[in-house]
Each structure stands twice: as C-alpha cells, then as structure tokens.
Design a protein around this ligand. Sequence first.
Ligand code: DC
Length: 247
Amino acid sequence: MSAEVEKVVMPPAPAPVIAIDGPSGSGKGTIAHRLASLLGFHVLDSGSLYRLLALAAQHHGVALDNEAALQVLAGHLDVQFQQNAAGEAVIILEGEDVTNVIRTEEMGRSASIVAALPAVRTALLHRQQAFREQPGLVADGRDMGTVVFPDACLKIFLTASAEARAERRYKQLLEKGFSASLPALVDDIRSRDNRDINRPVAPLKAADDAIVLDSTQLGIDAVMERVMREIGQLPELKRYLRNGSAA
Ligand code: DC
C-alpha cells in the first residue's frame, strides 16, 4: 500500500505595503514616490481619489454633503492613472486630463469635506486596496496604516508644524507663478487638519505600530535617510532595494 502524499498549495504571500500617513504638506507624497522608485513598487496617492470625487461632484452638480449621491459617484468614478511619454503621472477623469486641476487648494478643501462621509470612505476602500499588486505598494494618505492596509509591513506617520507645511506650500505656489497668502494658507491647513483629525471615521492619526517622524526641522533627504534605515532592518523590504543595500 503506497501512502499518498497530498500536495498543499500555499496561496502566494500578499504584496508588501509601506504605509505613509500624515497631514497635508508633510512631504509624504515625495517620500512615497522616492521609495517606490527605489524599491520598484507601485504607488497609491489615496488623497487623489478624494480630490477626484470632489471634482466629479462639481462636474455633476452634486453637493458636498449629499452622502448618498456621493457614495454612488464614488462607486462609479471613471478614472485612469496613466503615464505620459516623459514618464510623468497623468490622471484622466471621465476622459479629461485633470492632473493639475485636482491639486488646487479648493479641491483639497472639498476633498477633505467629502472624505469625512462614512459612505464615501466605504465606497473607496476596495478601490484603494486594489492597488496592492506585486512586487509591492507604497501607499500615502491619512488612514493607510490604520484602516486600508492595517497589515502594512512598515508604517510611517510623517508630520510637521502647520506653519512649516504652509510655508512649503507657499513656496511651491510662488514657484509655479501663482500668488498666495501665507496666513491664509496656515488657516486653511489648520482647518483641514481639524476636519481630518476629528472626523468619526478613519481620522488622521498614527497607527499604534507606526514610526512617527516630525519633518518640521528635517529636509526631505534627512527624512528619506530615516525611512531607509527602517527598511534596512526589514528583510521583507530590504530585498527589493535595487542595489541590495539600504542607504
Ligand atoms: O493628501 P491630500 O492633501 O491630497 O488629501 C486631500 C484630502 O483627502 C485630505 O484633506 C483628507 C482626504 N484624505 C483622506 O481622508 N484619507 C486619505 N487616505 C487621503 C486623503
């Protein structure tokens, strides 16, 4: 009698995720993109989904407090994330290039308003989780480490004072040729922080197992250095570094 050996096929391990959460202007987008390019990972800029929903609501005449209509709109958002010939990210909403339109202060404000609605967050949850693909994902937002990817293998919470963040935004706007008022930007950032921190669902907060970095006094290179040190201590991430070693 020959003993039959049953083959057990293990499901593949899910792609590793690095979650980078924090308030507006903390530099998390820049860090997320740099990390993704060093590791060869995908990127999720989750804030862009809330900004896209706010813009779609404007296009369709949906009020920012109409939770039921926004839920439907969020479930049917016709969005494509593409790259142009120069390798830059391009976002197409309902056939229109909205890459720059969604980056205005007004869209940031409207995004924060629609993001406070529980039904909207539920409608966008699976769309965000679908970005988790091999070889891995760097996800930036407010609730990446707490709600969307609670099993992320590295969670960074990047913060900075409201004044420092407003000043960075002020410089960016001037460099792009826009006029801006620094006190108005500080006010705007504070009220957006308040709304994001105090909403009942998925508020902006560090996960219990997140590493909190304050970039008020740190340049982006210094923040990258700290994050790379953490990656160097995690074999499941370190192996993806193109040169095999953490900086
Ligand atoms: O990161 P951002 O500034 O593009 O985000 C715009 C708004 O979207 C932000 O004020 C709050 C909301 N947001 C959120 O609630 N949850 C996320 N994961 C990302 C953004």
